[in-house]
Write a protein that binds this ligand. Structure first.
Ligand SMILES: NC(=O)c1ccc[n+]([C@@H]2O[C@H](COP(=O)([O-])OP(=O)(O)OC[C@H]3O[C@@H](n4cnc5c(N)ncnc54)[C@H](O)[C@@H]3O)[C@@H](O)[C@H]2O)c1
Length: 245
């Protein structure tokens, strides 16, 4: 399939994990792809059109605005925005009653604020051009309210509410906005989770396995394609049935 020929896609947090798998998929389907991450992202072999990687801290709003301007100058206006950047801050996670506001602020910033900021910069252009696709990364943790991750659950559920509001605003302008909620996906972030936590996750997942990043990439590519023009404001779980909407 070549669903993204002549389209420009931006993936945040795209040097590793789900972001990298999605960037590869979009590139393989003909998109010009820009990747923002703390680290340089290697150009995939499957790339058919343009590729641009910019390394900076995604929570830096000025760096983001400058990088978006560079993408639009070099690859053209952004047609697909995948707001994938985020993390649980698991190393500093705690029961809410023992938690620190500083950690909440970090988790909210890296998940919700980065998503809103990228949309604020990029969505007006999509609206003016009358076309665009935005996919925001939420999490199954938003639906289940994972223990010790109250800040992450709040930020990821915030993304769901934000997605719904922005979807209403942009639907009349040909722009869709959806959220994806992955369950257990094998990535670097996942490798840092203790074995017993992963075993409990699998036990709570009817499908009984941990999925691959490419499977989320396939869902994001579908939502980003022209085929998905009637899907907007939705929260799509990809979680082996762990939570059902
Ligand atoms: N893996 C899962 O099971 C899972 C489940 C649900 C949701 N998610 C969400 O999916 C997204 C991607 O997760 P992943 O598992 O692929 O993570 P990952 O750790 O494998 O990759 C995340 C990428 O983001 C980059 N990154 C981290 N902080 C950054 C910053 N401040 N600025 C720029 N780049 C930064 C990292 O360098 C890395 O390349 C996150 O939003 C995460 O919350 C993951």
């Amino acid at each position: 399939m070549q669903r993204f020929t002549n389209k420009t896609a931006l993936v945040t947090g795209g040097a590793g994990g789900i972001g990298a798998a999605t960037a590869r998929r979009l590139a393989a389907e003909g998109a010009r792809v820009a990747v923002f991450d703390l680290h340089e992202a290697a150009k995939p072999e499957v790339t058919q059109a343009g590729w641009l990687s910019r390394a900076f801290d995604g929570t830096d709003g000025e760096a983001l605005a400058a990088a978006v301007a560079q993408v639009e100058a070099e690859l053209g206006p952004i047609d697909v925005l995948f707001n994938n950047l985020g993390q649980s801050g698991r190393e500093r996670s705690a029961l809410f009653c023992d938690s620190d506001e500083e950690v909440w602020r970090f988790v909210t910033e890296v998940n919700l604020m980065t998503t809103m900021r990228a949309c604020r910069i990029i969505a007006p252009g999509m609206k003016a051009r009358g076309r665009g696709r935005i996919v925001n990364m939420s999490s199954d943790a938003a639906l289940s309210g994972d223990l010790r991750l109250s800040d992450y659950a709040a930020a990821k559920m915030g993304i769901v509410g934000f997605t719904r509001a922005l979807a209403q605003e942009l639907a009349p302008h040909g722009v869709t906005v959806n959220a994806v909620c992955p369950g257990a996906i094998a990535t670097e972030a996942h490798n840092r989770i203790p074995r017993e936590t992963l075993d409990a996750l699998v036990a709570a997942t009817p499908a009984g396995f941990i999925a691959q990043a490419e499977e989320v990439g396939g869902l994001v590519a579908y939502l980003a394609s022209d085929e998905a023009r009637f899907i907007t404001g939705q929260t799509i779980a990809i979680n082996g049935g762990r939570n059902m909407l």
